[in-house]
Design a protein around this ligand. Structure first.
Ligand code: LMR
Length: 385
């Protein structure tokens, strides 16, 4: 039976990790997969997380199962940061569950939407390639609208049309902040308009929030999400802690559902729980427990917010490393910016210069340092010249 399986291409983004590691050139530059790096090229564990992990080791007295929803204290502790301190559950209309990373959350969100009757997922182009891959795997149609204009701003006409054409079986996928791959986010005024359009649309918004705190800070980065949620009757939010707590391989995320009516939540969440059970049964505990310990402790929370803010400042500076302003190449908010190379140029810069970036010519700006920016600029000039 298994011999009938066709060879599948490796995931283009994740394959870059191995390709870069195998490259013997000492001056290679890794601008591929989206992980934060210090100026020395390291991806350290947050100090607040290390401290929380120590507490966890000392105090955890059981590893017995928690259930498909995972650690609900972790899920609740995040909510004021995502939805605001004033009404973190929107009067009882929001409930969440823990998931393995943002990808696990998206998987359950999209499968839940499918069970609820969704047929088409409307996604900006470009988007994170895994969005379309998960949709295809679930048998959902992907419909694209143009996300960005060549001048490095959001294509508002693209999303206006997408919403105008949206029907009752459509989900609209939005990036909450730090758009992946373009780094082009909606301004506050644009979010206001999008929220107003969605208020009169039958589409279900699904907001992918994977980089909160890496753009303009935890509160500012939540503006669009909160604006949409107060304007629409129901929405799904896929949240990742992998970047803003530096927990990448520990896979820490949550799915939040905002229901039209609090009374609908038990039935809706029972679908999330049964989907989790069918996929991974129960989410891994360790990373979520570390986040919970950070958020339940005032001093550790302050330390985490401070570390996150230093990271955000370093990312903003990386976009201008060595005094070279990257903005003429594309916008940047958070980890990503698009350089604007063709597929052949992306291959050429990798082969000739050992510069690794995603096929869309997305770069992870955290990989740029004062020590490699000149080489990077020269390499771009060489393959585009
Ligand atoms: C990325 O886009 O590089 C990150 O979100 C990592 C991933 O899982 O693709």
């Amino acid at each position: 039976m298994l011999t009938h399986l066709q060879q599948q291409p490796a995931d283009a983004l994740l394959a870059l990790i191995k390709l870069h590691n195998a490259d013997p050139r000492a001056d290679k530059i890794d601008l591929g997969v989206g992980v934060y790096r210090t100026g020395q090229g390291e991806t350290p564990v947050f100090g607040a997380i290390k401290a929380a992990e120590r507490i966890l080791v000392e105090t955890q007295d059981s590893k017995a199962y928690l259930g498909p929803e995972g650690d609900m204290e972790f899920v609740a502790a995040l909510m004021p940061y995502v939805f605001g301190k004033d009404s973190p559950d929107m009067g009882g209309r929001i409930e969440g569950m823990q998931t393995p990373g943002g990808t696990g959350s998206l998987r359950v969100a999209l499968a839940m939407a499918k069970r609820a009757g969704a047929k088409r997922i409307v996604v900006g182009n470009p988007s994170w390639p895994n969005h379309a891959q998960i949709c295809r795997d679930l048998g959902l149609d992907v419909v694209e609208f143009n996300h960005a204009s060549p001048d490095g701003t959001a294509d508002m006409d693209g999303i206006r049309k997408a919403i105008a054409q949206g029907g009752e079986h459509d989900v609209l996928m939005l990036h909450g902040c730090c758009h992946n791959p373009t780094g082009i986010d909606y301004s506050q005024g644009e979010w206001d308009e999008i929220a107003g359009l969605l208020a009169n649309s039958p589409m279900l918004p699904l907001i992918d929030m994977a980089y909160q705190g890496l753009g303009h800070g935890m509160e500012a980065d939540a503006y669009g999400l909160r604006r949409v949620l107060v304007s629409v009757p129901e929405a799904l939010v896929s949240y990742s802690c992998d970047k803003n707590f530096g927990l990448y391989r520990d896979r820490v995320g949550a799915l939040y559902v905002m229901a039209r009516d609090a009374a609908d939540l038990p039935a809706i969440m029972s679908n999330g729980h049964s989907l989790a059970r069918a996929n991974w049964s129960q989410p891994p505990d360790h990373g979520g427990a570390a986040v919970r310990i950070v958020l339940e402790d005032e001093a550790l929370t302050a330390q985490w917010l401070d570390e996150l803010d230093q990271m955000r400042a370093q990312l903003a500076a990386a976009g201008q490393a060595g005094g070279v302003d990257l903005s003429p190449m594309g916008a940047q908010n958070g980890l990503f910016s698009i350089v604007g190379l063709t597929g052949e140029q992306v291959l050429a810069i990798r082969e000739k210069h050992g510069v690794y970036m995603a096929g869309s010519s997305r770069i992870n700006v955290a990989g740029l340092t004062a020590g490699n920016i000149d080489k990077f600029i020269d390499a771009v000039a060489d393959v585009t010249g």
